[in-house]
Write a protein that binds this ligand. Structure first.
Ligand code: ARG
Length: 569
């Protein structure tokens, strides 16, 4: 049961108004407090305190009310009856939504021929958790891994391979695509090529220009370049796939990116031309997206670069067109680094003006940067920008060290799932927009607001249930201790938390909820012995029942965060 919603609805019904229910941090005076008297005072021509006192006997009639009292200028505190709590606390169930929304989610969006960087961690983790939240809420999210498989990096990598191996048939004018080429490329090599090529291009204008030309020719179907692309594409796709598995995120509904979108660029260009939206500027084709009320100048959207190649901007608009045709989504949400905000603002405006997709149905969730302890973007020990694998490896090592120090023996699978929980939880617990510090030592601690602490609590609850042989019977009546009461009220707050996290696109609410629930579950565990010999049967049954509700609720939260509970810890 969603206790908050139930209490709020019942109060409003009883008093015939729409009041706001608050949940005070300190429950000394009540579990909830309502501003009903403030809301009704004016119409009733009374002062709020007076009206509050009149409301008390009515509220006292409600089935969940233990007692009510007036506080301050006219707030009403409400204490919930213990047996109401015990009888109505339930484990969370996915919502059956009468009006599900089709939600296209664009996250992950890894790049071909570029190794996954630290920024891809956040898009993957936050995108995946929101996907799971939307599903839980009964919506229909569809995830698009908008792979960067068409743009600038292709030109650079092909140019670099040409520089290293100019003799390869791909680069000869008489290249014959039907003849197999004896050339293989490893993931390690491929990972090095893009950074090398891009650094070289910065120093060398000719190379830069050549790479751009290659990109344009490649997009036009140059047989040699395309055959070479098809050599390294699978190597890249395999790396992406490994990452998806390593991160334990849901498989994407579509692994279709820029190259897929490029097929629609022609159709979209026709729409734009019909509306006379495209004009020439410095040899490029651009679109004006300025508005009268802009405070700062917004640069034009880049439709085609001066070499005639498809741009990131063009394929992104074409992707919207494609998604509209494929899914007809109610909302389209993008998850990228905050630094791409301008790009998305331009995209949303262009889509809106062209009539392809309305501005107010788009959302961009821009996330902050992962920093090191020095507050600068996280680097590895050798001073390089950290990749996604570096982060996971570091967390793994830190967990391994901790476990070794404690003398515990845990298998590799368990260590990996603890390390992943450490990284993911630390990401989720921070507000999406904010930067945060990644410190492998502190995020892997088994105490405090960390992933391992969350998993540890779940393992502990689970082991109590196992020791009780999962023998769960709900007593008809049970006297609640304060710890049991607090824990049950928290459990009854789960549904509201997911709903708010969903509406606010705030996965940090789930992470923080999981932490609060763990705190209460551990206090319960310490103060309310379950299996000790001196505990009578009825008390034991009630506590096992509560432990089971707590475990199921925590498991659901853990699942929404895409973590897995190890067998032991
Ligand atoms: N591939 C891009 C990157 O790694 C992100 C793409 C985000 N999605 C999009 N539709 N533009 O930065």
């Amino acid at each position: 049961m969603n206790l908050y919603k139930y209490v709020s609805d019942e109060i409003n019904k009883k008093l015939g108004l729409v009041a706001k229910l608050e949940t005070p941090k300190n429950r000394e005076f009540g579990d909830f407090s309502t501003n009903a008297a403030m809301v009704g005072a004016k119409a009733a021509g009374k002062n709020p305190r007076e009206l509050a006192n009149e409301f008390l006997p009515k509220l006292q009639e409600l089935d969940f009310v233990e007692n009510v009292s007036v506080a301050g200028p006219g707030f009403i505190n409400i204490k919930i009856r213990d047996d109401f709590i015990f009888q109505n606390a339930t484990t969370p169930k996915p919502i059956k939504n009468e009006n599900p929304l089709v939600i296209d989610m664009d996250y992950g969006a890894y790049n071909v021929a570029k190794s996954l960087h630290i920024g891809h961690l956040r898009t993957s983790i936050v995108g995946d958790t929101l996907n799971r939240i939307f599903r839980f809420m009964g919506h229909k999210p569809l995830s698009w891994n908008h792979i960067g498989d068409w743009g600038k990096p292709m030109g650079l990598v092909i140019a670099w391979i040409e520089k290293l191996h100019p003799e390869l048939p791909y680069f000869q004018p008489d290249f014959d695509p039907s003849k197999p080429v004896d050339y293989e490329i490893s993931a390690e090599e491929l990972n090095k090529y893009y950074p090398a090529a891009s650094a070289f291009a910065k120093e060398n204008a000719d190379f830069q220009a050549h790479a751009q030309e290659i990109k344009a020719k490649f997009q036009d179907g140059h047989p040699g370049y395309f055959a070479l692309y098809e050599k390294f594409l699978p190597v890249s796709l395999k790396m992406m796939n490994d990452t998806v598995q390593r991160l334990n995120i849901l498989p994407f509904d579509y692994d279709l990116g820029e190259r897929n979108a490029a097929q629609y660029v022609g159709d979209v260009e026709k729409i734009l031309n019909d509306k006379h939206m495209i004009y020439e500027s410095d040899g490029a084709l651009v679109i004006n997206v300025r508005r009268e009320d802009d405070n700062a100048p917004i640069p034009p959207y880049m439709w085609r670069d001066s070499r005639g190649a498809d741009t990131y901007d063009a394929t992104d608009l074409a992707a919207v067109y494609c998604r509209k045709k494929t899914d007809n989504p109610d909302i389209i949400i993008y998850f990228t680094d905050l630094r791409q905000s301008l790009h998305f603002e331009q995209l949303f405006r262009t889509a809106d003006i062209s009539g392809i997709y309305p501005y107010d149905k788009f959302e961009h969730i821009g996330y902050g940067t992962i920093n090191g302890k020095d507050g600068k973007p996280f680097k590895t020990r050798d001073g390089n920008a950290a990749g996604l694998d570096d982060i996971l490896d570091m967390a793994n090592t830190a967990v391994r060290e901790r476990v070794a120090e404690s003398g515990k023996k845990l298998d590799d699978e368990t260590i990996t799932s603890i390390a992943l929980a450490a990284v993911k939880f630390n990401d989720l617990v921070h507000d999406v927009k904010s930067d945060y510090i990644f410190d492998p030592t502190s995020v892997t601690s088994f105490e405090g607001k960390t992933g391992p602490y969350i998993l540890y609590t779940a393992v502990r609850l689970n082991s109590v249930l196992k020791r009780a042989d999962n023998n769960i019977t709900k007593p008809d009546h049970f006297d609640l201790s304060p710890e049991e009461r607090n824990l049950l009220i928290e459990i009854m707050d789960f549904d509201r938390t997911v709903l708010t996290a969903c509406d606010n696109r705030a996965p940090d609410m789930i992470a923080n909820y999981a932490y609060d629930l763990c705190q209460m579950a551990n206090t319960f565990y310490h103060n309310c012995p379950i299996l000790r010999d001196d505990i009578d049967e009825k008390t034991r049954a009630g506590r096992i029942y509560i432990a089971k509700l707590a475990f199921d609720t925590l498991s659901t939260a853990i699942d929404l965060m895409g973590l897995t509970i190890p067998k032991e810890m």
